[in-house]
Write a protein that binds this ligand. Structure first.
Ligand code: GLV
Length: 311
């Protein structure tokens, strides 16, 4: 039986789920803070992991596959992992969750829910409190893979005109898809910009003063990707200058967000605790089932990420 080590803060949930998904594997789990130098690890050929504890990889000389428990790999590609070991990712139902997140926050704004609640608390019939009509408004989604597309579909259903942005656009039968470098020229006419791109050398700090100079007070930024996609100081300056309307942030350069961060009480910022995409075994395992089978049978792993690209 091949051994699959699970090093994850929720290993108690993942170990039975992975064993059930592929009973031909021997699966054992550890909390990342508690993984010691158990000799079992030296024999394990597979690793299911979120953050890799320091010094773990050298203790796993037979390692032949790393399955990331989530979508973003930025933290893994920075590790010293021998080049021949395939790394795979899984985005499960993140697209659906992130579509709900984005639609929820955008609708809350468009329906003016905060103001409605205030009027209600004051027993005030606010007849002028008319929702914003989103029909035909432009949504830009930077990062247009499975997740971005699902967000795009949800926003399209709400009446928005959706444009995807990717590194290398290909012909697309469903949405207009542009090269990421064209994003600045679209900002002026957009209602919402959603960030769900992977964090790479190319995307790090992409939302900076230069890009935000093309934005306007009616634009909402939604970041469900990574905090480092945005230069936080530039974002705050743009909000303060009225160069950006609002920022809905689920991810931050430092998580948990520092209690002293000015983002917490900024009137134009919504802070949520990295909960836009929830990774549950039931949602992730269908994505990785084929590779679990292949791993059990000693076959090559499918769809490893391109470490050079970072996704
Ligand atoms: C979560 O942020 C993930 O990348 O899976």
């Amino acid at each position: 039986m091949r051994k699959l080590a699970v090093v994850h803060h929720r290993f108690r949930e993942w170990v039975p789920a992975l064993s059930e998904a592929e009973p031909r594997l021997e699966v054992r789990g550890w909390h990342p803070r508690e993984v010691g130098d158990d000799p079992w690890l030296a024999d394990a050929e597979g690793l299911f992991v979120w953050r890799i504890p320091q010094g773990l990889i050298p203790r796993m000389p037979r390692l032949a596959w790393i399955q990331n428990s989530g979508a973003g790999l930025d933290h893994l590609v920075r590790e010293a992992i021998p080049a021949g070991i395939p790394i795979t990712r899984a985005d499960g139902q993140f697209g659906l969750w992130m579509a709900r997140y984005t639609a929820g926050h955008l609708l809350s704004e468009a329906q003016r829910l905060d103001e409605c609640r205030i009027a209600q608390a004051e027993r005030r019939w606010a007849a002028r409190l008319v929702p914003e009509d989103l029909t035909g408004k432009v949504a830009l989604i930077h990062g247009f893979g499975r997740i971005g597309r699902q967000i795009g579909r949800a926003l399209r259903e709400l009446g928005l005109e959706v444009h995807g942005f990717v590194r290398t656009p290909r012909a697309d039968g469903e949405f207009p898809v542009h090269a990421g470098r064209e994003l600045p020229q679209w900002l002026g006419g957009a209602r919402v910009l959603v960030l769900c791109a992977p964090l790479t050398d190319e995307t790090r700090g992409m939302v900076d003063a230069g890009l935000l100079a093309q934005a306007h007070g009616g634009l909402t930024l939604v970041n469900v990707g990574r905090g480092e996609l945005v230069v936080e100081a530039d974002l705050l300056a743009a909000l303060d200058r009225g160069q950006l309307g609002r920022a809905v942030l689920d991810v931050f350069s430092q998580e948990p967000l520092d209690p002293a961060s000015p983002l917490w009480d900024h009137p134009k910022v919504v802070v949520t605790p990295h909960h836009a995409g929830v990774s549950m075994p039931g949602a992730i395992i269908p994505d990785i089932l084929e590779n679990l089978r292949r791993f059990a049978e000693g076959l090559p792993i499918l769809n490893p990420v391109d470490r050079g690209l970072g996704y």
